[in-house]
Design a binder for this molecule. Structure first.
Ligand SMILES: [Zn+2]
Length: 110
């Protein structure tokens, strides 16, 4: 389950009747949002345990209408605050433990 490699992840966002749907290459979960493509991509990044602040929007050249593309470095979200309580996932864990690992520890299944 655990992947240590931080290869870049592409997130594609498609607009469909006012809803933005984000999908990531190689990841099953999707996220939808009506606010905008960036918010949809951030929501999906959180879902798959990536640090939302690391998202970068790519040029739309060659993409269809209503489509956006984001690139993520693949860096996993972790507790970057100085507090024990993680601002990303709400679980108390350290900087060394990623949010995915913390969720797996608390809930058994990530
Ligand atoms: Zn966390």
């Amino acid at each position: 389950m655990q992947t240590d490699n931080t290869s870049p992840i592409t997130i594609n966002v498609r607009q469909s009747t006012g809803t933005y749907i984000a999908k990531a290459n190689g990841h099953k979960p999707t996220a939808s949002c009506t606010t905008g493509p960036t918010q949809a991509a951030e929501s999906l990044a959180r879902k798959i345990g990536l640090a939302p602040s690391m998202l970068q929007e790519r040029q739309r050249d060659g993409l269809g209408y209503g489509c956006s593309r984001f690139i993520h470095s693949g860096e996993l979200a972790t507790n970057t605050s100085d507090k024990a309580h993680c601002p990303n996932c709400g679980i108390c864990h350290t900087r060394e433990e990623t949010c995915i690992e913390a969720k797996a520890r608390i809930g058994g299944v990530a």
